[in-house]
Design a protein around this ligand. Structure first.
Ligand SMILES: Cc1cc2nc3c(=O)[nH]c(=O)nc-3n(C[C@H](O)[C@H](O)[C@H](O)COP(=O)(O)O)c2cc1C
Length: 174
């Protein structure tokens, strides 16, 4: 994809489709070592007067250690023709295989060395500002939230990052 920079206030993604439907690749690491996984949960908005993107990562994900160890992360929204890559990155762990090689996508790097995918039609580059674990003490509606925990895995850790760069393809496909 030919990507070009756009300012945050020029971006008009359909926010409720971006995560749940498009399931971006969340990538963290550096030019030596990185990992990626498909995500379905997240938010875009404004916090501390900055454009922000929050993502939710279970500690058992291999990607988690890259999120912890690096100052930035990217979200790559991948065209539908690469659905197989999204399925692979959302069902296999980088702990067990070279997922990035197997998925057939091409790594690219921001000027500061944060990885993303060249095939993306939209890339959000986020600088970590804040991280916090979700916890049971904060739950108001147990019926909605409890099914995602207990036997299903550990509570997610949230990462809120300032969106420092947005790269968008000249013609976005959906
Ligand atoms: C559509 C879809 C959405 C997902 N969303 C999330 C998410 O928001 N947070 C999360 O921790 N895992 C999510 N997952 C699960 C991870 O992508 C999956 O466990 C992946 O294999 C982790 O890879 P890793 O161990 O290499 O990090 C999602 C999976 C799919 C298929």
């Amino acid at each position: 994809m030919k990507l070009h920079p756009v300012p945050p206030d020029a971006l008009s993604p359909e926010i409720f489709r971006l995560f749940q439907k498009r399931t971006p690749l969340l990538t963290a690491g550096d030019q030596e070592r990185c990992n990626t996984m498909t995500i379905g949960w997240g938010q875009l908005g404004t916090l501390w007067n900055k454009p922000i993107c929050t993502v939710y990562v279970r500690p058992e994900r291999f990607t988690y250690q890259f999120m912890e160890a690096n100052p930035a992360y990217t979200l790559s929204v991948i065209p539908k023709e690469h659905q197989d890559a999204l399925t692979l990155c959302g069902t296999k762990s980088g702990r067990d295989m070279d997922k990035i090689k197997e998925c057939g996508l091409t790594l690219a790097y921001t000027a500061s060395g944060t990885p993303y995918f060249a095939e993306a039609e939209l890339v959000l580059v986020c600088r970590k500002l804040y991280a916090q674990n979700l916890e049971i003490a904060g739950v108001i509606d147990r019926k909605t939230i409890s099914p995602f925990y207990g036997a299903h895995g550990n509570w997610h850790r949230t990462y809120t990052g300032e969106v420092v760069e947005i790269l968008q393809a000249e013609e976005t496909k959906d």
